[in-house]
Design a protein around this ligand. Sequence first.
Ligand code: PXL
Length: 303
Amino acid sequence: MQKRVLAIHDVSCFGKCSLTVALPIISAAGAECAVLPTAVLSTHTGGFEGFTYRDMTGDLLPIVDHWKSLGLRFDYIYTGFLGSFEQIDMVGGIIDRLRDGGTTVVVDPVMADNGELYKVFPEEFPEGMRGLCGKADVILPNITEASLLTGSEYREGPHSEGYAEGLLSELRSVCPGSSVLTGVEFDGGALEPVLFGPGGRGAYAVITPGARHYLGAACGSPDGRVSYALHSLIPGRYHGTGDVFGSAVVAALANGLSLDKAAEIAVRYTAGSILRTAEAGTDVRFGVDFEAGIGGLIEDLKR
Ligand code: PXL
C-alpha cells in the first residue's frame, strides 16, 4: 500500500525550503504527499529583505473539515515552519483530529538557528512549540531549537558527546518519542578514539571516515539509546538544509526504514546537496541543489 504523508509547512515561493522541498522529495520516494500550507511568502525569511507574507491561519480548519468529510487518513503527518504563534495550538488540534493508531507524527520545530530565534517569531514561540513536540512520535530540532525547547545552554561546535547526549536526554521530557538532533559537530581527533579505540562504539554511521571535522545528526530513542550519523563538515551556512534533511527522514520512514537508518540516509543526501551547491558557488540564500541527488536518494532507500 502506498503511504500517504501530510506535510504542514509554508510555501516559500522562491528559495527552496519547506513545501517546495518536502513535496518533490517525498513524492519521488514513492509516498503520496498532501500539503497544508501555513503561509505563502515570496521568499523565505533567511536573508531576503521585503518578502511578502500571507498568513493562511483562517484556511487551515476549513481544509481539514473538508478532508474529514471525505474520510481521509494519513500514515505520516510532518510539520515544519508555522505561519504564526496561534497556529501552533491549531496544528496540535489538527494532529489530534487527523491521527489514528497508524499515524506517525514528525514535528520539526522550525523556529531558530545559529543560537537565535527567527525574528518573525515572538518570544513565547518556543514554549508553544514545546507543546506541539509533546504530540510527536519524532522531533527534528537543530541544536538551537533543542536548547530553546529544553532551556539548556546553546553551544557552538565542536560539541562533546556529553553535550549532545545531554540535550537528547532533556528532549525526552519534551517529546515522548524519538529525537533527531541536527547540527551536531565533532572534532575528528576527539571522535576517532571513541569510534575505533578499545571497545569502540558501534552506534556510529560515519559516512566519510578520516575527516578533521564532522557534522551530522544524533538520534535518541525513548529508552535512552543514542546513535550518530556523521559526514565531514562542509564549511558555510546553506539555507533550507533542515527541510531537505527532514523531508528525507520522512521519505525514508515512509519506505519502512528505521529512524537510525533514515537519519543516516538523510545526512548523506543533505551533505551531497550542500557539496554540489558549494561547488557551483550559488547564492546560499537560494537553497541547495537537492534535485540532482534525488536519484541517489532513491537508490539509497532501496538498498
Ligand atoms: O527552512 C526553514 C524555513 C521555512 N520557511 C520559512 C523560513 C525558514 C527559515 O528561515 O523563513 C519561511
